[in-house]
Write a protein that binds this ligand. Sequence first.
Ligand code: BYC
Length: 472
Amino acid sequence: MSGIDYLERIPNNVDLAANRRLLRALEEWQPKFLDWWQAMGPEGLQATDIYLRTAVSVDAQGWAQFGYLKMPEYRWGIFLAEPEPNRAIAFGDHKGQPAWPDVPGEHRATLRRLIVTQGDTEPASVEQQHHLGRTCPSLYDLRNLCQVNVEEGRHLWAMVYLLDAHFGRDGREESEALLQRRSGDRDKPRILGAFNERTPDWLSFFMFSFFTDRDGKYQLASLAESGFDPLSRTCRFMLTEEAHHMFVGETGVGRIVQRTCELMREHKTDDVRRFGGIDLKTMQKYINFHCSVSLDLFGSEVSTNAANFYTMGLKGRFEEAKKPDDHQLKDATYSVIELDGDRAAAREEPALVSLNERLRDDYIADCARGLQRWNETIKRHGIDVELTLPHRGFHRAIGCFAEVKVSPDGRIISEAEWDARHHDWLPTAEDQSFVQSLMQPVVEPAKFASWIAPPARGINGKPLEFEYVRLG
Ligand code: BYC
């Protein structure tokens, strides 16, 4: 890798040039990252020119540059949002004190763990999506997949920067380990459950981008409140890129819904599978699956970890500054839906230990807004079906509902009922192989697979006919 100007290769606004030790650590890490990228990034596309956006600054007016690029030449940079002058910690025991430019010794281990957990999800999602390029429904979608992937790579850089710059040797070891774990690997899995699931088809990809990237939005927004200022600034800028990932998910599922409705009307049937579409019943099962595994990512309903993160000033609430309370929550309570015998019921819990649930509530409300937009499309076609979010207790592996079986409408049910009904609620092997059978690549500009409608507009003002990926 000699002869590379790393300062040129790592665009940044953190004055890397002035910090030789940090620069050396990142220079050592970069070739390992590129090896990982070659092995785990979008398969078969590393030598292809793709119309990508690259973050080149944090200027709200023009932070991104668009152009053709081969992905290994993407300039994974380090960008922190502009510092807020005199920023004070907004919550917890340190409320009102100046934000920390460096890691306070007593919070070092906890902060490291939070940053590693966040960092681990970024390469994991790239690994999950490794094979998808082979079956893209259009060049437009293929380009979006690559865009999302290079930016997940950049988000990994963002966390590695924090680890290398602020956590010394421990941080460098964690940076290495982030490249060694693998999604779904039995011996070295990724840290959080949803990131070890497979993303074998594009319906799963769009659902993942809608539901799981949205967990990213809420977790990043909470970390953006952190008293540790570099983490806050990093997350604030990551959220700018994250918006596109959720756009890909919401419009991707929306376009499938649109196409399904067109087929339903044209052929006067719900069973659009025969006509190369994905029926709404199957869509509902995928929603149930991806929503439930993403709900797990918020942790337990009642969590002393979450309370400690907050009290220590490390992780706040979504839009902390907008909450009209004392931002310490020592005496406050929060209504949490928990298991109460044979039903799910609300119970008042101390607000501090309920912070995971509160964030999950914010997240569910945001998901519901997206579903409403899909349902408007269905309604516009005069079809009397509504897609719904499953109950928060459905198909959970983390938290109190992990102990029981819950139906999508929130009834606690017996194992026997679960065994008899779960095929109606979650994708079956047959559903998956049907969806898989539709995954035939479409790579002519302006052409789209049978099961998805074209988008309303192209990328960066380009028309749909534009060659977003030059497959040559
Ligand atoms: N899987 O006290 P609890 C994104 C563990 S996505 C496996 O309830 P806590 C992205 C937990 O570690 C956003 N284990 O949990 C999206 C704990 O272990 P210990 C990622 C789990 O700590 C798409 C124990 O169970 N960011 O950016 O309050 C593409 C008890 O847990 C899980 C973050 O997650 C699970 N799902 O909350 C690309 C933010 N859940 O202590 C990117 C950073 C819990 O007993 N992380 N456990 O050993 C956090 O804030 C918290 O760690 C969590 C968990 C919210 C994840």
